[in-house]
Design a binder for this molecule. Structure first.
Ligand code: ADP
Ligand code: SF4
Length: 710
């Protein structure tokens, strides 16, 4: 197929100073959790983006000096020459596919606690670190400022040596010393680096000039700037100093990469924002500079991209998440395969990887982070050498992905779903407030399956063990999902709570199936959330929106604490407060009557009673393994029936994230008919010594001691 001419504009080359991007698709700097500790994984991840058609592929932020040490986070590092091999591997893979490589240099200022280097963090003024560490940054004196300028310069020179084409100076996300200097909130200095706007701008300008001078005229200089912090007058605003900064430095860089700060504002989830949500804040930029402008906003629709260019808001379509969900997004548009785009659902499971210091994962793209260690390609799966047919039972994320990927491998697949719609849990969850885009997990897979002649799809097909034995397919995968438990068992209560059913009890599944109508009893609804991610708060929101009095009880100190990792915790809590939900933290369940619930403080055991018409316990799930157990009980009949393997997938094996269910289905298809070795790690491991390996780094302590005493 050929490209729709409507999208031609997206494939125009654009000059960025001395270099030229082959199209307008720009993978902006984003964390991957792979950083300096998993350099092969990082290089292959970025290479895949280039292969998929992103004209510019950036690293994550690269720490320029040990006073900027984000350990245990795993960013890029450019502390010294020893870091070059890892970064050269990244640029090589990006260049191999004809794209430009960009690096975002950072000094994190007061954002770091320097847990590994144990050096004192640096800031414009004395300040406590913005992690919860009991660590303070010290105010930089003139020597520190001179050091900082030299460190940036040295890092820029190293970046150039590693082969980068675009070198970023970064003042974003409230994570960079340069933004701290710009900010009235962080900068109380009374010298020429503080006070007036021009003074606060000084270090940023100087470092841009130093960087320009260091990189010469073969690399481009890019700036990443937070033009609004969504804090009103106490922060940078796009009508105020955000605009003033761009105006003052308008022609100095070769490219403006502009966004919102902090990270939770920049990477808002679909629950809280629409595609293009940054446009109101960044649209002014092109009116004050002639340099190309890149911005983000979870763009997955080529029509929205074209609109943003034609309306003069952007020159480049910046993307982090859409490029993670589909590294091949540009190629698919170019080849006229728009329906094949695996659209980001805006769930931020990807950011949870970085926030928990592990390589990222993605709900939509199970191959992300597995490019090197498992050799998984997002688009290509080798055909199965002698494919035997498969029966997949359950049409949720696990079953759909298993069937889709098996069909892609040339396996004849039958997919049976008991219900009348595809998608399993995503079909139900996408009807909850703010989660509509989650339906994309289903839609993409059903769309892909519908084009495969070797995939037969059956709705309204609840299968029993008898059915499965009768069909006699050689390979059977059971992806029958899971159900929320109603006995209170979860993290806090490890044994069933018999008293829960003393009054009306509604399971999360009933709410998922029937909405708020599942609650039929008058009186306040109490959501007890011991799951701690999104579902408890979304159900509370669903109920509160129908006008019911809702109380949210959690043993934790905050609503949905794990959603910190998806950058949503603050917005989740705010939303419940705005909807009038009463929030009771740090409480467990202690007893119940028809209309009262007894709570006990998780610290002191002190009890209190609250009104409760209906209780919704959100604690944990149990696999729906009836079919599995029935089949297992009849294992002796498998061979006669022609069945070779029966495998559980997704939530039926162990309830977890949608991302885990998709991954499980994909993994099944990748290793179909293979034996596997259960005693070995099923992936390659990094040999960091090979990449970083200078003898000095590997020298045993005894040798170093000897040298020291000579
Ligand atoms: P996962 O996240 O692991 O994919 P889901 O709960 O989303 O799990 O999906 C499981 C699907 O399996 C549901 O749509 C459910 O209707 C279906 N299912 C459960 N038991 C059977 C069965 N015996 N036969 C066919 N489909 C089933
Ligand atoms: Fe998008 Fe979710 Fe994948 Fe992140 S994890 S790229 S938000 S689909």
């Amino acid at each position: 197929m050929s490209r729709d001419p409507r999208f031609d504009i997206l494939f125009e080359p654009v000059k960025i100073g001395p270099v030229t991007a082959r199209n307008r698709f720009y993978q902006v700097p984003h964390c991957s959790g792979m950083g300096y500790r998993y350099p092969n994984a990082e290089a292959h991840l970025r290479g895949m983006k280039a292969e998929g058609g992103w004209a510019v592929v950036s690293t994550q932020e690269a720490e320029i000096h040990p006073t900027s040490d984000l350990t245990p986070a795993n960013e890029a590092r450019l502390w010294d020459e020893g870091d070059l091999p890892a970064l050269s591997a990244v640029t090589e893979r990006i260049h191999h596919h004809g794209s430009l490589a960009a690096i975002q240099l950072v000094h994190n200022g007061l954002h770091v606690a320097n847990r590994f280097s144990r050096m004192i963090p640096l800031a414009p003024s004395h300040a406590i670190s913005d992690s919860l560490d009991p660590v303070q940054a010290r105010a930089m004196d003139k020597t520190d400022i001179a050091d900082m300028r030299r460190w940036y310069r040295n890092a820029a020179l190293r970046a150039k040596k590693a082969g980068f084409d675009i070198i970023y100076v970064y003042a974003g996300h409230d994570m960079s010393v340069l933004q701290h200097f710009l900010s009235r909130r962080h900068n109380d200095r009374s010298d020429e680096y503080g006070g007036s706007f021009e003074n606060r701008l000084r270090l940023f300008r100087e470092i841009m000039e130093d960087t320009r001078e260091a990189i010469g005229d073969t690399c481009a200089l890019a700036v990443r700037l937070a033009v609004d912090e969504l804090m009103g007058p106490s922060g940078i605003t796009s009508e105020g100093e955000g605009k003033d900064i761009v105006s003052a430095l308008a022609e100095l860089p070769d490219l403006w990469d502009v966004n919102l700060s902090d990270w939770s504002n920049d990477s808002q989830t679909a629950r809280f924002s629409e595609e293009g949500y940054q446009e109101p804040y960044i649209r002014f930029v092109k009116s004050v500079t002639t340099k190309p402008v890149v911005g983000v906003g979870r763009y997955t629709s080529p029509d929205s991209m074209v609109r943003a260019i034609r309306q003069g808001i952007l020159d480049f379509i910046g993307a982090a998440r859409p490029s993670i969900a589909d590294p091949y997004l540009p190629k698919k548009i170019e080849e006229g395969r728009v329906d094949d785009i695996r659209e980001c659902i805006g769930c931020n499971i990807c950011t949870s990887g970085d926030n928990t210091n592990v390589p990222m994962r993605c709900t939509q793209n199970p191959t992300i982070g597995e490019e090197w260690r498992k050799g998984w390609h997002p688009e290509i799966i080798a055909s199965s050498p002698a494919p035997e047919p498969a029966l997949i039972i359950g049409g949720g994320p696990a079953g759909l992905e298993a069937a889709r990927a098996l069909a892609q491998r040339g396996v004849d697949v039958a997919l049976a779903e008991a219900g009348g719609e595809w998608g399993g849990r995503v079909a139900r969850e996408c009807r909850l407030p703010g989660l509509a885009t989650w339906g994309r997990v289903r839609d993409w897979r059903v769309g892909q399956l519908s084009t495969q002649v070797n995939a037969q799809l059956y709705l309204h097909s609840p299968l029993s063990a008898d059915d499965v034995l009768q069909y006699g397919m050689p390979h059977v995968a059971i992806a029958t999902g899971a159900r929320w438990r109603c006995d209170g068992v979860g993290r806090t209560h490890r044994q069933p709570l018999d008293f829960l059913s003393e009054g009306a009890l509604v399971s999360p599944d009933a709410l998922l199936a029937n909405g708020a109508a599942a609650v039929s009893v008058d009186g306040p609804v109490v959501v007890f959330d011991d799951d701690c991610f999104y579902i408890g708060s979304v159900l509370a929101e669903l109920l509160a929106r129908t006008g019911r009095a809702v109380t949210f009880v959690t043993p934790e100190s905050q609503v949905s604490p794990w959603s910190k990792n998806t950058l949503e915790q603050g917005r989740v809590q705010r939303r419940l407060i705005e909807l009038g939900v009463e929030i009771i933290p740090a409480m467990a369940l202690a007893g119940r009557t028809k209309d009262r619930l007894e709570l006990s403080c998780v610290y002191s055991g002190k009890t209190r009673q609250i009104a409760c018409g209906t209780l919704v316990p959100v604690s944990a799930r149990l696999p729906d393994e009836t079919l599995w157990l029935d089949l297992k009980a009849r294992e002796a009949e498998w061979a006669d029936a022609g069945i070779k393997t029966v495998t559980r997938l997704g939530d039926c094996l162990a309830p977890g994230l949608i991302a885990a269910a998709v991954y499980s289905g994909h993994q099944y298809a990748r290793t179909y008919q293979e034996q596997g070795d259960r005693d070995r790690a099923p992936f390659l491991r990094e040999d960091i010594a090979m990449l970083y390996g200078t003898s000095a780094r590997l020298e045993p302590a005894s040798v170093r001691q000897e040298k020291a005493t000579v």
